[in-house]
Design a protein around this ligand. Sequence first.
Ligand SMILES: [Fe+2]
Length: 180
Amino acid sequence: MKIVHEKKREVNLPMNIVIENFCDLDHVNFVHKRCYKYCNIIRRRKNIMYLDVGVYPVPPLPFVQHYTMFHEFISPNKIVHFSKKRNSSYHIRSQVDFEEKNGKTYIHHKHELVIPFFLIPFKKLVLKLVDRWSDILWNEDSEIMKIRNEQIQKGFKDGSHCGRWVFKDGRPTFEFYERN
Ligand SMILES: [Fe+2]
């Protein structure tokens, strides 16, 4: 059975910062340790990535689901990803649409999941857990998107090509190799 999880969010940051954060998946292993056991980028070419990810769907429970994921940025304001769980014949399809208005970015995130028949009576609970998982990620991303924006204001170039994610005082921080 197909179920749909939808979430609308807004953030007081320019759209390019938000999109960069969605496309710079190098941060996942540093920032989203609660929700991801690992995130390995197998292949990256232009606007397309192919990844192996281990997801903790119900943090802090140590239960992991393994996915392969296809992630594509479609210029100027859309991301689609397809994730296939190990030993499953279904794909989870996700789409993220971005819109910038008056300096704010509006994000519409949609996940289409296929659940097995025995989970149908627990459909609402499944959607609640997806929602909780997505909120944890969003809170963590909101923090680092602010850091990205502040660094750009200070004249740094952002992106995975010019620095790396490190832990400083227990917090994930983007450390830059050089200044413009
Ligand atoms: Fe993130």
